[in-house]
Design a protein around this ligand. Structure first.
Ligand code: GLC
Ligand code: CA
Length: 555
């Protein structure tokens, strides 16, 4: 085996969206005590690391990704004592805690920004990015990730501040050494509290190199900031500083949310350990969009050939050079069974298991998003008022209210792809509100909870939950799943995604039928060896049944 072993390579990570996970006090909002109450569930599932999305003080313009105090807990989520208890409970069960590091921007209600906007010579002015406008227009043509201009005019001082996300998420000025010191100190403070790693929010954007107008794509309303502030050499310099000042002093899992190309991924997550342990790529979700001026809003599905080309490119590109993550779901994506599989009654369970097999047998650390292990589906709201996400409302304003897009098209795209699909409450049991809360949930519960819930699935040996449990256990048993190389197979097959892993004379073969039809496939029968897992009890020689997944190991 060439690859050096590490606990974070062998681990499976489970992401919790705290607002939607479990409400312990009946106010309709998930909280830290709710998480603590369900640690046995996560332990039973077998995951090694729990990533909790932001739980810091926040006015919740973007559900906690807008932080007003990095060293305190959001009122709705509990207290620092609750946090300490949660951390202790995680460690007691032999699991680890990954926390979200959101330092490209803060909330506009953070005391730094409150000071910063007071006057041009305030000591905190340079904590953020302030510029003069061009006459009445913003300093440049950049659009924000959440629609509209990336600049907001502030009357008090007559200047504009940069916000690559919402107006309430002003970008921190990393060029200011005081900002870097403050962030590094805060990280050290959490490390000393005993956390085990950081998931770094949009970390590829921290190094802004210039403020030149960006390219305006066909039909687009704003220019792109890509060239000036995505994956710049400056960002890599800051990450190396962070490595030296903080990360090198602890045994951590670090994962960058940075997307980009394979080459850029390698720079962040290179095996030399100079920056981060691993990287989230976006191509297999965002890259599958139509790429029009509407960005992610489109009808584009997930055709096997496009998806496979992207996944194989990342697998092959990173192996031996950098460490990958493998995932299909998180709080920014719709539910994976709805997007890549089939959430109808006939195939929901089969296709959820097929997708899980495909991902968990790949090279890289797998990330499971809460509810994925139950096969939870998109809710597909039909009324705008059911949504809660700032991204949805800003997109509505920009495209529908301006008359550019028909409301019906937009509602259809929201139902397919909006982030709120993944943010509906966790389905614990078949009691009212799926056992998530005794109060009124902050966002509607998916009506299918009587059929899709943790309590029932834990009892059912054929459930999606128990299938995930088995996949996780397999990763812990077989080094080949973690460290084996990766060989794409049947690359032109229109129906089947297949690959091999090899390690020290063992061969693992994985075949997954991406369709709802029975299709020809002989590879798995020819591979021979022991079956490790499958979502069908009986196989048909030379064929794969709808969404059938099979994994065999030959020693
Ligand atoms: C990341 C987060 C997303 C958030 C954005 C701004 O992409 O995952 O939820 O809205 O950054 O912090
Ligand atoms: Ca609560």
């Amino acid at each position: 085996m060439d690859e050096p072993r590490a606990w974070w390579k062998e681990a499976v990570v489970y992401q919790i969206y705290p607002r939607s996970f479990a409400d312990s006090n009946g106010d309709g909002i998930g909280d830290l005590n709710g998480i603590t109450a369900h640690l046995d569930y996560l332990h039973e599932l077998g995951v090694d690391v729990i990533w909790v999305s932001p739980f810091y003080k926040s006015p919740n313009d973007d559900n906690g990704y807008d932080i007003s105090d990095y060293r305190d807990i959001m009122d709705e989520f509990g207290t620092m004592e609750d946090f300490d208890r949660m951390l202790e409970g995680i460690h007691q069960r032999g699991m680890r805690l990954l926390i979200d590091l959101v330092v490209n921007h803060s909330s506009d209600e953070h005391p730094w920004f409150v000071e910063s906007r007071k006057s041009r010579d305030n000591p905190y002015r340079d904590y953020y990015i302030w510029r003069d406008g061009k006459g009445d227009a913003p300093p440049n043509n950049w659009g924000s990730c959440f629609s509209g201009s990336a600049w907001q005019y502030d009357e008090t001082t007559g200047q504009w501040y940069l916000h690559l996300f919402s107006r309430k998420q002003p970008d921190l000025n990393w060029a200011n050494p005081k900002v870097r010191d403050a962030v590094f100190d805060m990280m050290t403070w959490w490390c000393d509290k005993g956390i085990d790693g950081f998931r770094m929010d949009v970390i590829g954007m921290i190094g802004k190199e210039n403020f030149d107008d960006g390219e305006v794509g066909p039909g687009a309303l704003y220019g792109s900031f890509e060239k000036s502030c995505q994956h710049t050499a400056t960002t890599h310099r800051y990450l190396r500083m962070m490595r030296e000042r903080v990360l090198d002093h602890y045994d951590l899992l670090t994962v960058g949310e940075a997307g980009g190309t394979v080459e850029q991924g390698i720079q962040y997550a290179g095996l030399d350990g100079s920056e981060l342990n691993m990287i989230f790529s976006f191509e297999h979700n965002d890259g599958l969009n139509d790429g029009t001026e509407l960005g992610k809003w489109s009808d584009h599905g997930a055709p096997l050939n496009e998806f496979r080309e992207i996944m194989n490119r990342w697998q092959l590109g990173l192996i031996g050079k950098a460490w990958n993550t493998v995932y299909l779901s998180n709080h920014d994506q719709p539910r994976q069974v709805s997007r890549y599989g089939n959430d109808g009654p006939l195939f929901r369970v089969r296709s959820a298991k097929m997708l899980a097999t495909l991902i968990h047998m790949m090279h890289g650390t797998p990330y499971i998003y809460n509810g994925e292990e139950l096969g939870m589906t998109n809710i597909c709201f039909t009324r705008l008022e059911d949504y809660r996400d700032v991204e949805v409302f800003n997109a509505w304003k920009q495209w529908v209210e301006s008359g550019r897009v028909h409301p019906e098209d937009m509602m259809r795209w929201f139902a397919r792809i909006s982030r709120d699909n993944a943010r509906t409450p966790m389905q614990w049991d078949s009691s009212p509100n799926a056992g998530f809360t005794t109060g009124t949930p902050w966002i509607r519960v998916n009506g299918n909870y009587p059929d899709v819930n943790a309590a029932d699935e834990m009892k059912d040996p054929d459930s999606v939950f128990n299938y995930y449990k088995k996949l996780i256990a397999l990763r812990h048993e077989h080094l080949i799943i973690v460290y084996g190389n990766y060989i794409p197979m049947l690359n032109d097959d229109p129906n089947v995604y297949a690959y091999r892993r090899e390690l020290d004379g063992e061969t693992l073969t994985v075949c997954c039928n991406w369709t709802d039809r029975t299709v020809p496939c002989t590879l798995i029968d020819e591979a021979g060896g022991e079956e490790l897992i499958s979502n069908y009890r009986f196989h048909k020689p030379g064929l794969l049944q709808p969404y059938e997944a099979r994994v065999v190991l030959k020693k």
